[in-house]
Structures are given as structure tokens and as C-alpha cells.
Write a protein that binds this ligand. Structure first.
Ligand code: URA
Length: 260
């Protein structure tokens, strides 16, 4: 019995760590961080030479992102420029850069929040549980990311291409830095319609949050009609809200058929 208890407790502790985002082991032996003595801090250069303070030039990260994105003349060039962009802290903690999936020629471009654990591992957006629900939702209106016919295809991306630690929401600075890349992504893919999944996508591209009020109505992103919808991960937690998502999908379908 004791053995069972230990095993269950250990599995629960492991699940808890995975939930917090600790999906990799990086050493063979455990390290008790409470026992580790902090390394002595390096003396700041200014203290060594008080009359010659070190001036760290301020980087306007949003302006740099805008310039890098503008220069990209194709989706491949944009992916390369975004992946090489050095100022977003999220990059440091992620395993993979997650750019897009599906067909760039699709009529509908879906924009989510950012990669989760599964997306980070595979380097593709929406491949975990919420991605499976997303696929089912769009299949119900005849759209699929891998459809042979571009008219029935989807193109899928996120407002941030690196997984935020512990699956937290991307913060406003990260969203502002990545926004020029997403806007250029939309220009280059040139979809007929955009679907914005959840609040971070709406915040980044509409400058508004409050998905409960925003969903169900057409907005505009860079001149393209955009429909905010409840994020599939929210729908997994609140299945009773799926009827609203279904209504929004029908609105998208009607617009594609020239009826909405
Ligand atoms: N949630 C998102 O918003 N995007 C993904 O790619 C996966 C989960």
C-alpha cells in the first residue's frame, strides 16, 4: 500500500510540474535551489570607472520589428526574419519557433494566442487538445488546414511564435513586438477572412479585449474582415459556450458563401 501511495504521490507531483511547464529534465541529479549559494555578483562597470558610466543604447524593439517585417517580401522571408528577431524574451524559453500551418492560399486565416507545450514540441500551431477541437470546429463548416482545395483550406498562426513559460498569456510588450510580424503575415497571406481566437489575439490586433462582447460581430484587421471567437481551450473548459462558437462559425460560413 505504501508503495502505491508513493507512486501516486510521485505521479501527482510529476503532473504538477508538467502543468507548470517543466516538461524537460536538464540534469541527472536533482538540485536543491534553496541550498545553492548565489554566485557573487559581477561589479557593474560603472563602479570600476565612476567617471565613465556605461551607456546602454535603448533599443526600440517595436520599430526594429516593424523594419524587419516590412522588409520581408515572402512568407519564407518573414518566417526567417521573425525567427531571427533577437528581442523577444519568449524565444529563450521555447524549444521551437512556431510560424504557421495549413495552406497560405486559404480564404480563412485563423490567428490564436501562442504555442502550448505540444505546439512547442512539434513546431506547429494548434496541434494539442485545443488544436484538435479547432480542427473539429472548422470541419463542421467544411474547412480543414490540409484541404487539397484551397477554397476549403485554413491557414493558421498565432500572435506570438514562441511558447510563453507556464502557458501564461503573452504580455503587452511581447504582443507589441510581435504585432508588426503578424500584420505583415496577414498582408502576405492576404486571406479573405480572419478568425481571431481569444482575448490575446483580439488585444494584439484589434487593440480591444473582452471576447464575450467582441465575438459574433465583424471587426477589421488591416482591411480584412475579422471575427473574434471563443478560444478552443476556453471551450474545452466551458463546453456550454460551444453554441456561441457554432453561431460564429455559421456567420463565417455565410460570409464565405457571400451570404453574410
Ligand atoms: N493555443 C493557441 O492559441 N495557439 C496554439 O497554437 C495552441 C494553443
Amino acid at each position: 500500500m505504501d508503495g502505491d501511495f508513493d507512486r501516486n504521490a510521485m505521479l501527482a507531483a510529476l503532473a504538477w510540474q508538467v502543468e507548470l511547464g517543466a516538461v524537460d529534465t536538464i540534469g541527472d541529479a536533482p538540485v536543491d535551489r534553496f541550498e545553492v549559494k548565489p554566485e557573487p555578483k559581477a561589479k557593474p562597470a560603472a563602479a570600476a570607472a565612476p567617471h565613465a558610466p556605461v551607456v546602454v543604447p535603448e533599443v526600440d524593439t517595436v520599430a526594429e520589428a516593424r523594419a524587419a517585417a516590412k522588409e520581408a517580401g515572402s512568407l519564407e522571408a518573414l518566417a526567417a526574419a521573425q525567427e531571427a528577431f533577437p528581442h523577444c524574451e519568449l524565444k529563450r524559453g521555447a524549444r521551437n519557433f512556431v510560424f504557421a500551418d495549413g495552406r497560405p492560399e486559404a480564404r480563412v486565416m485563423v490567428i490564436g494566442e501562442g504555442p502550448g507545450a505540444e505546439e512547442d514540441a512539434q513546431g506547429k500551431p494548434f496541434v494539442g487538445r485545443s488544436g484538435q477541437l479547432l480542427d473539429k470546429m472548422f470541419a463542421a463548416i467544411g474547412l480543414a488546414r490540409d484541404a487539397a482545395d484551397a477554397g476549403a483550406a485554413l491557414y493558421i498562426t498565432n500572435v506570438v511564435p514562441w511558447r510563453p513559460p507556464q502557458n501564461r498569456d503573452p504580455d503587452s510588450e511581447e504582443l507589441a513586438m510581435m504585432r508588426p510580424f503578424v500584420e505583415r503575415h496577414i498582408e502576405l497571406a492576404a486571406p479573405e477572412l480572419i478568425v481571431l481566437m481569444g482575448n490575446p489575439a483580439c488585444g494584439a490586433l484589434l487593440g480591444k479585449r473582452g471576447i464575450t462582447r467582441l465575438r459574433g460581430n465583424w471587426h477589421e484587421v488591416g482591411g480584412v474582415p475579422a471575427m473574434p471567437m471563443f478560444h478552443p481551450s476556453f471551450l474545452l473548459r466551458r463546453p456550454e459556450m460551444k453554441r456561441h462558437a457554432w453561431a460564429d462559425l455559421l456567420t463565417v460560413k455565410a460570409r464565405l458563401e457571400g451570404l453574410g
